[in-house]
Design a protein around this ligand. Sequence first.
Ligand code: BTN
Length: 263
Amino acid sequence: MDWNPELLERSFAGKIFGRKIYYYPETDSTNDEAFSLGLAGAPEGTIVIADSQKRGKGRFQRSWHSPSGANIYTSVILRPPFESDGASRIPLMAGVAVAEVLDKYSPGIIKLKWPNDILINGQKVCGILSQARITDRKIDFIVLGIGINVNMNRNQLAVEIQNTATSLAMETGQEISRHELIIRLYENLEKWYKQLLQKGFSSVKGTWLEMTPMIGQKVQVMFKDETIEGQATGIDDDGSLILLEADNKEIKVTAGDATILKR
Ligand code: BTN
């Protein structure tokens, strides 16, 4: 089904997330659009949705494959009252919120991989890209970008992700309503965001840890030219991954690509 922005606007009535929706049949990147809106003073909860992206962005300057008619590409503006060092909690909170929603479609097999990949059967189904604008060590706003592979089929996957990515439809064998999914997504995101602001990160952390297969496993994290290995033991209050190295030294990893090593 094609997007229906008017219907979406009505579905989000009375909510903070979705109080204003910008819909584009095609755009470069919903994160770039939302960032410009944030700079222009758009309020918290402003949402950008696109049917396709010409320059969809992933973490570490990678591209995010964004064909039309199949998936969800969306970004929301948040204005949390945090100091800049609290910014990394937001994508982890979002990972929990999205994973909980996807679990309704594929019960019991949705997993989180630090920092914020969502996997089904070890294949990536959703990526999250959070970009913050910081002024005087305070968060001015955060653009939280979410890409979910919803109805994409195997032939639509870019060659370089054919062995590592999947879609909800590929896993369930059913076409899924993007409209219904995005409504559930923003409802749950609003719930978890309020919880983070009111009760702190520990409430998010508990659910995050329940949904990851990483804890107790040997993990490798690559960041730029550096590779670190250790047993994952938890996540810290700033969202970093805690690893126990072979010499029993505990280290905290703030950024990188993690892989669970086979035993
Ligand atoms: C990742 O590398 O895993 C993050 C991918 C994030 C992709 C989404 S799609 C909507 C939003 N707009 C973008 O350009 N990127 C994010």
